[in-house]
Design a protein. Structure first.
Length: 268
């Protein structure tokens, strides 16, 4: 992995974790009796802001000229990257406004819900930014599926730090369901790639031969599923394993997907 890839790994992982945490917070507001306390929400949204800040800061190291980042907004009509920057910025502003209200001991459910909606739009823009036509294996909805699963898994896992242990049953179920879906997706996708063209087959072979792919499957998916089945709760250390697994999966996403240029001049 080159240095330019690592900022993208950090940016996507941390922003998606922040989005997932906001989504879980919104669900608590509308679907959980009583909702969380203001003090718990204040801590939770402080973490959201920190995660988003780290992710955005990391993204600047991917740019050749970081100070010129604002010029990337000039292509909103044609470029998903420009849309991603704008929507993430709006999401960040809404997070700050929500946190300010929480500092003042005020909870605006509609603001929380609106922030969650903008977070979903940011996730969509995030996914389409990294689905270039030059990479046939991911020039589809797969990045959105991958990124959405990351947001669900990490957002749910980190939310467990802000939900009392006796009220975590729904979180445990949601995390188990997310992990189960992710396990199926990540095991099936390489098989689908193997049935595609040469470039897609090269991507599949790279994935299946990579220790990071199996780290993601075992450490980030299978082990956590086993722990949840055994303990029926989310242990305090489990989010760390999930984060390691997601990092492994994201590294291979940015380094092992083969571009179509790899088969230029090929007969088939």
């Amino acid at each position: 992995m080159t240095f330019s890839d690592f900022p993208l790994v950090l940016f996507t992982i941390f922003t998606q974790m922040a989005i997932g945490l906001v989504l879980v917070s919104a669900v608590q507001q509308w679907a959980v009796d009583g909702g969380p306390s203001v003090s718990k929400m204040r801590s939770e949204w402080t973490v959201v802001l920190l995660l988003l800040a780290v992710g955005v800061l990391a993204s600047f190291f991917h740019l050749g000229h970081p100070l010129g980042a604002v010029r990337m907004l000039a292509n909103l009509g044609t470029a998903w990257l420009s849309r991603e920057i704008l929507i993430v910025a709006v999401f960040g502003v809404l997070v700050v406004v929500t946190l300010y209200g929480l500092v003042k001991n005020r909870v605006n459910k509609w603001l929380v819900a609106g922030t969650a909606v903008i977070g979903l739009l940011a996730l969509i823009a995030n996914a389409f930014t990294y689905a270039p036509p030059s990479m046939p294996a991911i020039d589809n909805l797969l990045p959105l599926v991958f990124f959405g699963l990351t947001a669900l898994i990490l957002g749910t896992a980190v939310a467990s730090y802000f939900v009392p242990a006796d009220k975590q049953k729904w979180l445990t179920i949601l995390l188990a369901a997310s992990l189960g879906m992710a396990l199926i997706v990540y095991l099936v996708v390489p098989s689908i790639w193997m049935s595609g063209g040469e470039v897609m087959r090269l991507t599949a072979k790279g994935y299946l031969a990579s220790p990071l792919y199996w780290t993601h499957i075992i450490v980030g998916l299978l082990l956590p599923l086993g722990v949840l089945a055994w303990q029926r709760r989310i242990p305090v250390w489990l989010p760390v394993f999930l984060l390691i697994g997601e990092f492994a999966g994201r590294i291979i996403f940015f380094t092992l997907v083969v571009p179509s240029a790899a088969n230029l001049g090929g007969i088939y």
